[in-house]
Design a protein around this ligand. Structure first.
Ligand code: FRU
Length: 497
């Protein structure tokens, strides 16, 4: 009896320790909740939007993000924080930046200041510097228009704690309502920091030697690209094509005005002479033709031996982000993607392929012919398409009559989520989304399905569609209709287990 009670006490102690660990920094993500993403990052609770300050340092990918811990709808913005060794498994860390007397902490970027140009660290301990927008709610409410300015903060302990610069803001507002989302990088050609800033309907370029004093270089975009909404969250980086030629890529998110309505991200490829950016042409190109990939940017300071340009987006749309039917939290990020620059007959285009780091959580594929009844709600489906007969219809469904249909007919690919599950939280959500594929010869389709999302990669990223879905039971029936309907299914393991 005595031995048994000692055993019982031991069990209780071990369980208590485990529980403490689970409620600490190593988040478990509430794995059994309905719609909780299992291989995409979500905050454990509260509201999330844009990814911010994505920087790689000392073996860790940092993800900061627009975060409001006190509610599941947008509110006073903080920077939430998570780290990862592979961009797939995440450890949630305490909030990095809190609102202060200058305002909420809106979107921005982070860089490793290797040469300590800011003087915040030393050459031995280079500071990580975050450059973000202050949004002063009082200024906004009182009818002013100059309530958005840019501030900086630094960390000397691998992003764990942050000090705001005492002379913030570093870039004052010139008298324009929308003046935000600085993305900064070191420019090797002109040997200075270059900032791209979203300013209402265009992008402005600024330069600095120390991250504290900024001078305007140029503007881009007033008469090019889409203008159905305000421009936000730019990114700007050089990228080599397959021949090794370098071009500059400018991402500019826009809301509303996307190809499926609401939010989306357009891009431009061109030349940068250290001062001005010129686009290769005046065509509009989108990084993703789905409704749910917004405000995405790329990681800063990826080591040159790696050489990739790695992207992550916010998997939602301002049309309904505040009302999607998740409970304790709102929003997830997209899968991380590797950005490639491809020269086509009508100019340069970007491709966004899922990163290889996803492969270790994908199980051995099983091959099916036409239909499959599957056992997990987490999977990657892949099949080839005959270049001569491009049309196919793919249906994922469950026994609740909930389904999504992906269909290729002629030069059009469509994804129908009108009966995908819970759809009645917003009239814009149930819709058939189409993209024109007249210039694409489809040979491969990959579909990543998580509890509340599908990400469709045509030819490993030549075209992408990212879409939220809220099935009340997982889609366990798969049907592919095409001449040769063979497909592979690889189950995916949860990142939280
Ligand atoms: C984009 C955005 C940014 C802004 C942030 C506020 O989704 O509107 O322009 O900095 O969200 O949370």
């Amino acid at each position: 009896m005595r031995a048994f009670s000692t055993f019982l006490i031991l069990v209780l102690i071990v369980t208590a320790c485990q529980q403490q660990k689970r409620s600490g920094n190593i988040a478990v993500g509430g794995t059994n909740e309905l719609f909780r993403s299992q291989f995409h990052f979500t905050p454990e609770s509260g509201w999330m939007n844009d990814p911010n300050g994505m920087v790689y340092y000392d073996g860790e990918y940092h993800l900061f993000y627009q975060y409001y811990p006190d509610s599941t709808v947008w509110g006073p913005m903080h920077w939430g924080h998570a780290i990862s060794k592979d961009m797939i498994h995440w450890e949630r860390l305490p909030i990095a930046l809190y609102p202060d007397s200058l305002g909420y902490i809106f979107s921005g970027s982070a860089v490793v200041d290797w040469k300590n140009t800011s003087g915040f660290g030393t050459a031995q301990t280079p500071p990580i510097v975050a450059i973000y927008t202050y949004h002063d709610p009082k200024g906004d409410q009182s009818g002013r228009i100059d309530f958005q300015t840019q501030g900086i903060a630094f960390s000397l302990d691998k992003g764990r704690t942050w000090n705001k610069y005492e002379r913030n803001p570093v870039l004052a507002n010139p008298g324009i309502r929308d003046f935000r989302d600085p993305k900064v990088s070191w420019n090797e050609v002109s040997n200075q920091w270059v900032m791209t800033l979203a300013v209402k309907d265009h992008i402005e370029f600024y330069a600095s030697l120390d991250l504290k004093k900024w001078d305007k270089l140029s503007e881009f975009g007033k008469t090019i690209g889409e203008h159905g909404g305000v421009w936000e969250c730019p990114d700007f980086f050089p990228l080599k094509d397959e021949q090794g030629d370098i071009n500059w890529v400018l991402l500019a998110s826009i809301n509303p005005g996307g190809p499926q309505g609401g939010s989306a991200t357009q891009y431009f490829v061109g030349k940068f002479d250290g001062k001005n950016f010129t686009s290769q042409d005046t065509l509009t190109r989108w990084i993703d033709y789905g409704a749910d990939n917004y405000a995405g940017v790329t990681w800063s300071d990826i080591p040159s031996q790696d050489g990739r340009r790695l992207f992550l987006g916010w998997m939602s749309n301002w049309q309904y982000a505040n009302v999607v039917p998740t409970k304790a939290w709102r929003s997830a990020t997209t899968l991380p993607r590797n950005v490639k620059l491809i020269k086509k007959s009508n100019g340069y285009e970007l491709e966004f392929a899922p990163v290889d780091e996803i492969l270790p959580i994908q199980q051995e594929p099983v091959i099916y012919d036409g239909t499959a009844k599957i056992e997990s709600s987490l999977f990657m489906m892949e099949f080839d398409v005959d270049e001569a007969v491009q049309d196919f219809t793919l249906t994922l469904s469950n026994d609740q009559h909930e389904k999504i249909i992906i269909d290729v007919k002629g030069s059009r690919l469509s994804l129908d989520r009108t009966f995908s599950g819970i759809i009645d939280f917003n009239p814009d959500f149930p819709a058939i989304h189409t993209m024109n594929i007249h210039d694409v010869a489809i040979h491969n389709i990959k579909l990543y399905v998580d509890q509340a999302s599908v990400e469709l990669f045509v030819n490993n990223g030549e075209r992408v569609m990212t879409e939220l879905v809220f099935p009340t039971k997982s889609y366990n029936l798969i049907k592919l209709e095409q001449e040769n309907p063979k497909f592979k299914i690889s189950y995916i393991s949860s990142i939280w287990k």
